[in-house]
Ligand binder design. Structure first.
Ligand code: PNS
Length: 172
């Protein structure tokens, strides 16, 4: 996996980015960020947090499978997971750029805190923010789960593979 590339001007750039998150489950908002970020970097690693203190709806393996399914047409995107600090995972993958989506001002404070913490832990790491498509600015995995739990229609909120997985999960 290349961690740098040469531009037509002969400049080198660090071109591996990590898009971390819980992705429980991946939504259309996440997928929009993945597609756009994949165009900006040579390689994008979507990294699922394996957080043992939270009780997710989907296991890490299920979340990774769904992400792999919905990104299968993106050759420079790989799916991975991590357990502890994001900066440790970044180092292990020789990546220096974190991508995060911002939906609204309410996201901003939390994101600034995370970006500053990560930079404090490793000053070779930069966080790049992408504005979420306004179409999905209200959308979150929690909202999707709540709608699906009560058998509401999530068709326009998640990719079809995720919709099917939610229906299966809530009819278990
Ligand atoms: O999708 P989320 O839940 O908003 O993602 C949050 C995530 C996974 C990016 C964040 O919680 C994280 O990076 N956790 C790993 C622990 C860590 O590195 N903490 C220090 C930075 S706040």
């Amino acid at each position: 996996m290349a961690s740098s590339s040469t531009s037509p001007l002969g400049l080198t750039g660090r071109r591996v980015a990590v898009y971390p998150g819980s992705f429980d489950p991946v939504t259309c908002g996440h997928l929009d960020i993945i597609r756009r970020a994949a165009k900006q970097f040579d390689h994008l690693i979507v990294a699922v947090l394996n957080n043992t203190s939270k009780k997710p709806l989907f296991s890490v393996e299920e979340r990774k499978e769904l992400l792999a399914d919905v990104t299968k047409d993106l050759p420079n995107v790989t799916i991975d997971s991590f357990r502890d600090l994001l900066v440790h995972f970044m180092k292990s993958r020789e990546a220096h750029v974190i991508v995060r989506g911002i939906r609204s001002v309410t996201d901003f404070e939390y994101e600034i805190q995370m970006a500053s913490t990560n930079h404090q832990l490793d000053d070779d790491i930069e966080t790049i923010f992408m504005m979420t498509n306004p179409k999905y600015s209200y959308l979150s995995s929690s909202i999707v789960k709540e709608i699906a739990m009560f058998h509401g229609n999530v068709q326009d909120l998640v990719p079809p593979e995720v919709q099917a997985a939610l229906i299966a999960k809530f009819s278990e």
